[in-house]
Design a protein around this ligand. Structure first.
Ligand code: AHR
Length: 315
């Protein structure tokens, strides 16, 4: 009995120094709301599938909400999760950068941690746990650097812009412009949004080809592979050879773009990994267990000009 008070003292000290584990390592048993942008591209669908597969493998109950490209749908989904109090955390892939402060504040006040994935928000970083994403500015720089070397710094470029106001489009545009600004022979002669959608990319490319003398277009810079594939169709229908008469560089590294690379109909793609679910769930578990996280968990990607190079990196 005389040791009892020491045992109690040791237990109290241990309880103060060891964080209480609230979530299993992989997140088993957690309920997490995932607000996804939509299904505008093959990359987005691969990303959704990867997050759902990762949740299933970890025993996480994932509540999936497809916003169909509308920010108001994302805000409504998050508000519903907050009101119902049925989620341990929220993962948000935001369609645009602005307009998130209020709903993030509500989640914070309700004690529900939010992890941002893929695109960025401009909200106060104290309102979310962390952001798991690639460096979109770097992706734009990589695409531009490849085009500079492929054209010896002489090229009239048409740009298929992603969703206006999205971090993926705005940052890729910024990175690309930073690099071509160093080369007086490189200029963007036309730029229009195709909203990351294949059919819209095709329509915009058709309008570029009618507005410009096609011989004056040296290259297409597409903010994603789907729009690049739309551009390939438009270029072929105009009687030109994509990848030869007009060079093409884009982002995502989806399976279809490697078929186009095999056929010599496009020239380069910058990889965007769809496997961000794992690090996002890890971040949820870590924050529920009281760990501090950096505000950005980067996911890397390289530029590829062939399937062989891409596959070699996966061996
Ligand atoms: O936010 C990432 C971008 O969104 C992808 O590059 C594009 O395919 C998707 O629609």
């Amino acid at each position: 009995m005389r040791y009892t008070k020491y045992v109690v003292l040791v237990l109290v000290i241990l309880s103060l120094s060891v964080p209480v584990v609230l979530a299993q390592d992989g997140g088993e048993g957690l309920t997490i709301g995932f607000s996804q942008i939509g299904s505008e591209s093959a990359w987005r669908t691969a990303f959704t599938n990867a997050v759902q597969a990762e949740a299933a493998a970890r025993g996480i109950n994932l509540l999936f909400s497809d916003a169909q490209q509308e920010q108001e749908n994302q805000i409504a989904a998050i508000n519903a999760w907050i009101a119902q109090g049925d989620v341990d955390a929220i993962i948000l892939a935001p369609v645009v950068t602005t307009g998130w402060d209020e709903v993030l504040m509500e989640a914070k006040d309700a004690g529900i941690p939010v992890v941002i994935v893929d695109r960025n928000v401009d909200a106060d970083p104290s309102l979310y746990v962390t952001r798991v994403s690639s460096d979109f500015v770097h992706e734009g720089r990589l695409a531009a650097a490849w085009l500079v070397q492929a054209t010896s710094g002489q090229c009239n470029i048409v740009e298929l812009y992603g969703t206006v106001g999205s971090a993926a489009a705005e940052d890729r545009a910024t990175g690309f412009r930073e690099v071509i600004a160093l080369f007086p022979g490189m200029q963007i002669i036309r730029s229009q949004t195709g909203n990351f959608v294949r059919t819209e990319g095709k329509q915009v490319m058709q309008s570029f080809l009618s507005a410009e003398d096609p011989a004056n277009i040296c290259a297409v810079w597409a903010h994603n592979d789907d729009m690049a594939i739309g551009a390939i169709e438009a270029i072929k229908e105009a009687g030109l050879a994509p990848g030869k008469d007009i060079l093409i560089v884009s982002v995502d590294a989806i399976p279809d773009i490697f078929d186009a690379l095999d056929a010599g109909e496009t020239n380069a793609t910058v990889e965007l990994s769809p496997y961000m679910g794992g690090p996002a769930f890890d971040a949820v578990v870590a924050t529920l267990n009281g760990e501090e996280l950096p505000k950005w968990i980067p996911v890397g990607g390289k530029l590829y000009t062939s399937r062989a190079a891409y596959e070699a990196d996966r061996k």
